[in-house]
Design a protein around this ligand. Structure first.
Ligand SMILES: [Cu+2]
Length: 354
């Protein structure tokens, strides 16, 4: 067993792809029902092109709930551009692994927050003391593709799906950062093991609606989470089908808007409303989770260049998944620890010297 581990480690360190066990937000799409605009994010640490997505310095996760990088990702930089969107538009988040393959993790929730940039256009807005409100969250779902067994929604992202979130239909106009976050919990059985992947996008919301979060519904990042939160330090993550989301509740005005958009879908967009409703997560997930949708079949307005194949038949029940992947997870966790330790020893010098 140890021999296998060392061999795997050696191969891993020599052949860099194992670095891609993390990832980043590669694209943000905005679908208004008539047209689809796809914004490209910058590969972490690459020479940046103008984007609406704030570039991070590495595909690695943010570790620790009090880490300043919990705000917008590792060493996040201001982005040059601002996306235009309107209340009720569909946000389409396309997460990728570092080598541009599928997102590598399948355990843990996905959450979406927003904060106002005030009167500025967000391109120079420092959000470290800005208050964020939650507009969506999704965790364990039960649906037809999982044979009605509980499964993390993140599994579908690993399988190649986009993550869809509808902008609240009463969201007041103005300049906002959208903070979409994946929390990977495969190491969360240890305190501090959770991996945070926040990504911030700069948008300008049109219209003239009144919807805003209450002050009591808003949090700072860092500040909104604690390492000991049950949804962050989760010893039962492999044995339980229940999950407690970290952070504040979804702002009340959002769910108010959800029922409004349901009854007036014809006035918003006949193209997206049925599509997003049909991909909801089934009877057990009402309310808040219905705001947060996975795009399981390709929307016809998504350009062919951005379409990614959805692998079918890969939606295993949670417990089956646990058994099959437990060893892989333990190995992966150990590998991360070892690689981190090697990094601390300035591995390259160590390697050459030996
Ligand atoms: Cu990772």
């Amino acid at each position: 067993m140890k021999i296998v581990l060392y061999m795997y480690l050696a191969i891993c360190l020599l052949v860099l792809p194992c670095v891609s066990a993390h990832g980043y937000l590669a694209y943000l799409g905005i679908d208004d029902g008539q047209s689809y605009t796809n914004y490209t994010g910058n590969v972490p640490n690459a020479d940046p092109s103008p984007s609406v997505i704030r570039q991070v310095s590495d595909i690695s996760p943010v570790k620790g709930a009090s880490n300043p990088d919990l705000n917008c990702g590792l060493n996040a930089q201001f982005a040059e551009k601002v996306a235009s969107a309107n209340p009720g538009d569909l946000l389409v988040f396309d997460w990728r692994g570092g080598d541009n393959t599928n997102w590598p993790h399948n355990t843990g929730p996905m959450l979406t927050y927003m904060t106002s940039c005030g009167s500025s256009d967000c391109t120079q807005y420092n959000s470290s003391s800005s208050k964020w409100f939650k507009i969506a969250e999704i965790g364990i779902v039960t649906n037809a593709t999982s044979n009605n067994s509980p499964v993390w929604a993140q599994q579908s992202v690993m399988n190649g799906a986009f993550m869809n979130v509808t902008l609240p239909s009463t969201l007041s106009s103005g300049n906002y950062l959208i903070r979409h976050e994946i929390i990977a919990l495969h190491l969360a059985t240890d305190l501090g093991g959770a991996e945070f992947y926040p990504a911030c996008s700069q948008v300008k919301i049109g219209g003239s609606q009144p919807g805003m979060a209450e002050d009591s519904e808003m949090v700072l990042f860092p500040g909104g989470y604690k390492d000991t939160d049950p949804g962050i330090y989760d010893p039962d993550v492999y044995s339980s089908n229940s999950y407690t989301f970290p952070g504040p509740p979804i702002a009340a005005f959002v769910s108010g808007s959800a029922s409004t958009s349901g009854s007036s879908s014809s006035s918003t967009s006949s193209a997206t409303a049925p599509a997003s409703t049909s991909s909801t997560t089934g009877p057990s997930s009402g309310g808040a989770q219905s705001e947060c949708k996975l795009q399981r079949r390709m929307n016809s307005v998504v350009p062919a260049s951005t379409r990614r194949s959805l692998r079918r038949g890969n939606h295993l029940p949670l417990r089956t998944l646990d058994r099959r992947e437990w060893h892989g997870r333990r190995l992966g966790g150990l590998l991360e620890d070892v690689i981190t330790a090697f990094g601390a020893l300035k591995f390259c010098g160590f390697w050459k010297g030996s």
